[in-house]
Design a protein around this ligand. Structure first.
Ligand SMILES: Nc1ncnc2c1ncn2[C@@H]1O[C@H](COP(=O)(O)OP(=O)(O)OP(=O)(O)O)[C@@H](O)[C@H]1O
Ligand code: SF4
Ligand SMILES: [Mg+2]
Length: 359
């Protein structure tokens, strides 16, 4: 079973996802060293990530900084090209490049609403532009702007349409950025850390807006975040990334109630909890590895409290720990099978057999 299959279609989900990434792999070349010693090195940002987005569902992509979450979002939006794997729209290979029709269907919302809005233009301008470029409003632009602002609960719309970005709160600015994304009637919204730069007090409002858009407009939403608590609040499915790879995927409740991967367990233990005075810091278990030379075997092994010898050498397979819950960890592999993998010998091999072979 491949990780990402947590969203295997059931009676309540359609067979064909709106958007799908299959085995996506991406690396970047970066400069290293100076002067005569300068050279190029490869950052293995995303490796073999499969993910599906369905209408009317929120999928959260969770992990620490540098895990590769944004890169997955950009690959799905076709802002960057994968080195390997493919993107499918409605079950068919997405068109080459990023044609306007594709960009209209798959919209991205970024972390910093202030940076994504032009300070010299009023809100009206930000919403009129995409409507014009994509020929979305037949005639009555004012009415279209009005409707967009209502959809993101900025009321009265005329009041907000006349504002400059600096006259709005962070939450209101993010609502404008979302309204701009909605202008072209997308079917997929990729929201990259949409609340992490907002005051805690207004985060909930924006998360509720995303939930509302999922339910009301049947949008497929990818919610990229490092905060597993907000992922549980908003998402139907959670996929956990570590050092460029998916390590666990499941419906939100089962993933957070019964985390199967040691990394997910640590992420949850480090999440804010009002019932716990102190929370263990992830940093106490070391930092994520450099993606220039990721650790061998399981990439989490240098930080894992349960590390075994096999973890250091062999990449763990993805294991179905429940019908819709998978984790890539040797702990969930039958010990006999682990032994086969480690030694290359059949599970039934005895010490006697080993001695015989050596002789
Ligand atoms: N354009 C790029 N050029 C070089 N390296 C890049 C580029 N984009 C991403 N990377 C590297 O790829 C890795 C994954 O980055 P990415 O931004 O996808 O992580 P992330 O999970 O979104 O992190 P964060 O939570 O900090 O946003 C990082 O090591 C990053 O430095
Ligand atoms: S495979 Fe091994 S090192 Fe990796 S998470 Fe599982 S137990 Fe830990
Ligand atoms: Mg990011």
């Amino acid at each position: 079973m491949k990780l990402g299959a947590a969203q295997t279609p059931t009676a309540s989900t359609p067979v064909i996802p709106v958007l799908e990434g299959r085995e996506l792999t991406k690396s970047f070349w970066v400069k290293q060293g100076r002067g005569l010693l300068a050279g190029k090195a490869r950052v293995h940002a995303v490796e073999s990530v499969s993910i599906r987005l369905d209408p009317g569902r929120v999928t959260a992509l969770v992990g620490e900084s540098g895990a590769g979450k944004t890169t997955v979002g950009r690959l799905l939006a076709k802002i960057i090209k994968p080195d390997g794997g493919e993107v499918l729209l409605d079950g068919r290979p997405a068109p080459p490049g990023r044609p306007r029709a594709y960009a209209a269907q798959v919209q991205m919302v970024f972390q910093d609403p202030f940076a994504s809005l032009n300070p010299v233009h009023r809100v009206r301008h930000h919403l009129v532009r995409p409507l014009q470029i994509h020929h979305m409003a037949s005639g009555d632009l004012e009415a279209a702007v009005d409707e967009l602002l209502r959809r993101v609960a900025l009321k009265p719309p005329a009041h907000f349409a006349a504002k400059f970005p600096h006259e709005l709160s962070g939450g209101q600015r993010q609502r404008v950025a979302i309204a701009r994304g909605l202008a072209v009637r997308p079917r997929v919204l990729i929201a990259d850390e949409p609340v992490s730069m907002l005051d805690v007090s207004i985060r909930l409002g924006v998360l509720n807006l995303l939930a509302d858009l999922r339910d009301r407009e049947n949008l497929a939403i990818l919610y990229v975040t490092h905060d597993i608590a907000s992922a549980r609040y908003l998402a139907d499915t959670i996929m956990v990334m570590y050092a460029g790879q998916l390590v666990e995927a499941a419906p939100s409740v089962s993933l957070t109630d019964r985390p199967a991967h040691p990394y997910t367990q640590l992420l949850l233990a480090a999440a804010p909890d009002p019932d716990r005075a102190e929370r263990p810091a992830l940093a106490a278990h070391g930092a994520p590895p450099s993606l220039l030379a990721p650790p061998s075997g399981c990439r989490f092994h240098p930080r894992c409290p349960y590390v075994m010898e096999i973890c250091k050498r062999q990449v763990p397979p993805s294991v179905a720990v429940a019908s819709d819950h998978s984790a890539a960890c040797w702990l969930h592999v039958d010990p006999n099978e682990r032994r086969v993998n480690e030694t290359g010998l059949p599970a039934t091999t005895t010490a006697r057999d080993l001695l015989d072979q050596r002789n």
